[in-house]
Design a binder for this molecule. Structure first.
Ligand code: HEC
Length: 177
């Protein structure tokens, strides 16, 4: 073998090796992304479960449009048209809004986790009583759910949205388009 042909073979090997690597890393990238998406979807579903179990819909309505489900509950805000970002959503759900009907869902709010930039201490006395408390992780999942399915979706609830919520009672969605 001449020196020349050896180096050409080397180049070919290098090229094949490079192409393999590129294809492999692309495949891994796609896989990682798909896994992340699936994990996000799981978190959104977990957030929906928390939303359902925490009395949010009593005051905000199933679709978070402010059409409360329990007559005697305070009327919650329309979260479909809220301007709050993830941090503000988390803060509101964790700390509640003293003096309004919005309870604080984080058991450690004010006491072990600061609220509204205040020093740690006893929670304000004019907080609406919470139906149940949530862990910071559960609150994060609710925020993910709200951002994925509620915030910015406008006033009109679509049949698809209704079916996502009432997957087990699809006939409740007959009136939606
Ligand atoms: C007892 C009634 C009640 C319950 C239960 C309740 N909320 Fe609220 N929520 C309210 C009221 C009332 C407001 C409006 C507060 C105000 O006047 O600023 C509000 C406001 C909010 C806001 C702020 C919206 C904005 O644009 O300023 C968010 C976010 C929110 N609620 C999320 C939730 C979530 C998530 C749950 C369940 C974990 C929940 N709420 C449970 C009554 C309730």
């Amino acid at each position: 073998m001449t020196k020349n042909s050896t180096s050409r073979a080397d180049v070919d090997h290098a090229r094949i090796f490079f192409m393999c690597c590129a294809a492999l890393s692309l495949a891994i990238g796609v896989l990682v992304q798909a896994t992340a998406l699936a994990q996000n979807e799981d978190r959104v579903k977990a957030g929906l479960t928390t939303w359902r179990n925490s009395g949010c819909s009593d005051c905000h309505g199933a679709f978070a449009d402010g059409e409360k489900q329990r007559d005697e509950a305070p009327s919650g805000a329309n979260l479909r048209t809220t301007r709050l970002d993830a941090a503000a959503l988390k803060q509101t759900i964790s700390c509640g809004r003293p003096g309004t009907g919005m309870p604080a869902f984080d058991e450690g709010a004010y006491k072990v986790r600061a609220c509204n930039g205040q020093a740690l201490g006893p929670p304000p006395s004019d907080l609406y009583p919470t139906p149940r408390t949530l862990t910071p992780d559960e609150i994060d999942a609710v925020v993910m759910y709200l951002q994925a399915r509620i915030v910015g979706k406008g006033r009109t609830i679509t049949k698809q949205e209704c079916l996502f919520y009432y997957a087990d009672q699809p006939d409740w969605c007959d009136d939606y388009k």
